[in-house]
Design a protein around this ligand. Structure first.
Ligand code: HEC
Length: 269
């Protein structure tokens, strides 16, 4: 009799714990579990997006406001857990709570950001998003990986009928993927540094535009590559999308999806 009462109390305590945020270590990072350990169904990775990290790289010590979103037709309650690690699996930079009503931070290594009870947006049909910030780590940290797992739940107060959607994102440190230091460099030819015209020939997919970013991460210009024999070629006249001449500085040209597809260009005026 006493034992079953104790078991019931423990059970109630555990359930109470979960509704105030998921347990640590469920982001889908290698070696970790996911929300699927307890919640019933898997959903596709394209149900969730992490926005605010343009270009596939980060600038050390910079502050990035981020938005994590999830959508799933028919679901009515929402949750997530996110972490960011370096190559050694240590927490990379700092995850910063900017909306303490809806998100909370758990310092258990490597550090987790997750929803609060209010942040499950109970009874709403989504898409749902949470905002927070990330302070990028010190120079020399190298590539970092974000891992996150979202739960698009059905608001039935149990783990059945829910959809777990997981995804991850790799970011290179700016300056790491420079010509001469990356595996893809044999595909590239540069006129660099340059005064008024930047020509880059490379092997890639004609359907993917070349995107030029300032070192702050701001998109400056998007260019459609033209065929150049077996290669593709982009010619940048040093102007932004409005036709304004951009100042002499370092720019990054993203030629494709991989982190080895970012070329650094010095524009000299
Ligand atoms: C160890 C088991 C366990 C894991 C792992 C787990 N949960 Fe849960 N979760 C529960 C239980 C049990 C409930 C139901 C009781 C409650 O609402 O507190 C629940 C309920 C929820 C609910 C409310 C669902 C509804 O339909 O009412 C959300 C949202 C949620 N969890 C998010 C998450 C997210 C996001 C993750 C992964 C990052 C996660 N959970 C991982 C056990 C777990």
């Amino acid at each position: 009799m006493t034992r079953s009462l104790l078991a019931l109390l423990v059970c109630v305590a555990i359930l109470h714990g979960y509704s105030s945020g998921p347990p640590d270590g469920k982001t889908g990072r290698p070696g970790e579990g996911t929300c699927l350990d307890c919640h019933s169904g898997a959903g596709p990775a394209d149900s969730t997006d992490l926005d605010g990290l343009v270009g596939g790289w980060y600038q050390s010590d910079s502050l990035y406001p981020l938005t994590l979103s999830v959508r799933y037709a028919g679901q009515l309650r929402w949750g997530f857990e996110l972490t960011v690690v370096d190559d050694s699996g240590n927490g990379a930079g700092q995850l910063i709570v900017t909306d303490s009503t809806n998100t909370q931070y758990s310092p258990a290594a490597p550090g987790y950001l997750k929803q609060t009870s209010a942040g499950t947006f109970r009874g709403t049909s989504g898409p749902t998003s949470w905002t927070f910030s990330w302070r990028a780590p010190a120079a020399g940290t190298g590539p970092v990986r974000f891992y996150w797992c979202t739960n698009a739940a059905d608001n039935n107060g149990s783990t059945s009928g829910d959809k777990t959607c997981r995804d991850s994102l790799v970011l290179a440190e700016t300056g790491v993927a420079e010509p001469g230091t990356v595996t893809g460099r044999r595909f590239w030819r540069y006129a660099n540094p340059t005064r008024d015209r930047v020509v880059i020939s490379y092997q890639g997919s004609a359907g993917t535009p070349a995107r030029i970013y300032a070192s702050s991460g701001r998109l400056v210009r998007s260019l459609t590559p033209e065929p150049d024999g077996e290669l593709l070629r982009v010619v940048w006249d040093g102007r932004d999308a409005k036709g304004q001449i951009v100042p002499g500085a370092t720019y990054f040209v993203r030629l494709g999806e991989g982190i080895d597809r970012v070329a650094r260009v010095e524009l000299v005026r």
